[in-house]
Design a binder for this molecule. Sequence first.
Ligand SMILES: O=C(O)C1=C[C@@H](OP(=O)(O)O)[C@@H](O)[C@H](O)C1
Ligand SMILES: C=C(OP(=O)(O)O)C(=O)O
Length: 469
Amino acid sequence: MPVTGRGPCGTCAPALRGTFKDTILTHSDQPRPLHSRANGPLTGKVRVPGDKSISHRALILGALAVGETRISGLLEGEDVLNTAKSMQALGASVERTGDFAWKVQGVGVAGFAQPKAALDFGNSGTGCRLVMGAVAGCPISAVFDGDASLRSRPMRRILDPLEKMGARVVSGGEGGRLPLTVQGARDPLPITYKTPVASAQIKSAVLLAGLAAPGITTLIENEASRDHTELMLKHFGADITSTKEGLHGRRITLKGQPELHGANVVVPADPSSAAFPVVAALIAEGSDVVLSDVMTNPLRTGLFTTLREMGASIEESEVRGDAGEPMAQLRVRASKLRGVEVPPERAPSMIDEYLVLAVAASFAEGTTIMRGLQELRVKESDRLEATAEMLRVNGVKVEVSGDDLIVHGHGHVPGGGLVATHMDHRIAMSALVMGCASDQPVTVDDTAFIATSFPDFIPMMRSLGAEFS
Ligand SMILES: O=C(O)C1=C[C@@H](OP(=O)(O)O)[C@@H](O)[C@H](O)C1
Ligand SMILES: C=C(OP(=O)(O)O)C(=O)O
């Protein structure tokens, strides 16, 4: 579905109020184009911002817990700040106490209050879908809305299981699209649900609703998706188990109506954000870049596995763990890459990284085949088509065949193209990374959406030597 304009809610993030006064959101309706040109090697050490998935979950579980939750290293990107605001609108107290440091005073499982206004999730599928799950277990109704991109994304996949648990859609857009009003269940039912696609957002919505239901909620997935909700629920005191199901799947059981207690959460650096400087360092000759504290949960590291298969030099050191999530320092050196075939079962562990992998594949020698990418079609944009277009306008030979993406690499990229962002942060960042090593500069039509997940991307890349102007 085409996405046009900034969206019905005006800018992606409304002005902040109350305890959020220290945080600034910067979206405007003016597109902000940028050129990226090769400027020699990238060097230096950086820490990319906190993991987006964990940041959303820390705020939501903090709000559903009894007592105080302290979060350090929170991603202060627009997506996460919209989740923080929704938690406040639902009755939790959410306060910024310092740089990336936040305090949440929760209301307890099923304790959300009726919000006075629509909950605006801006560009964020994760925020919207996880909060829908949490609201579904409370006897309140809430209006869910977002920008034009989020309004175009499917919500039926979340509403189907939530309706089985007793929630109702009171009013809503065609085919389960936003804006829609969800009436939470007065007496939520525990269910056994098999997800139709490997999606951590569906899984998490069901588990968050299941917190309020008596008895056992069971979630089965054929392919394991990121398990941050499970790990964090355990950290907050829930009785939750996860066992293998079939070859690649998981069966998760959650005992309902626990008393979640507030907890400390240390948010590691986001591997999906690290992916951009990692690929930039691999393709810009002579580069040597170090990234600290990168989360290395195996359900998130499919990109690093693939890049290593392509011949990338990515060394791990200082391996450690906090709050149940492993992390490491990565040293990345420019490398000659070769084309590879990426199996479909790897998709859940690198779902947001195919765009920047396609950039790496464009600089490789040989063909890279990425299989089973149907889920890319329902992200912030149709990422399968948008990625192919990004490569094509920069002189790379690329095919979309069914749900597969095939990139023919020739060791260098002509560049010179203007890339359409389609309200999608990862397209903007991937295109700017491409320009770090292409023969001619690459231009993106709008960088504004980068603020949803990686607000400091441009200055951080410049600090490594990237030329963005
Ligand atoms: O649960 C999460 O935090 C996320 C799950 C993924 O979406 P799906 O659940 O739709 O695969 C991913 O693309 C998104 O960026 C973050
Ligand atoms: C798909 C993404 O996020 P979301 O689904 O939360 O909008 C992403 O960050 O790439």
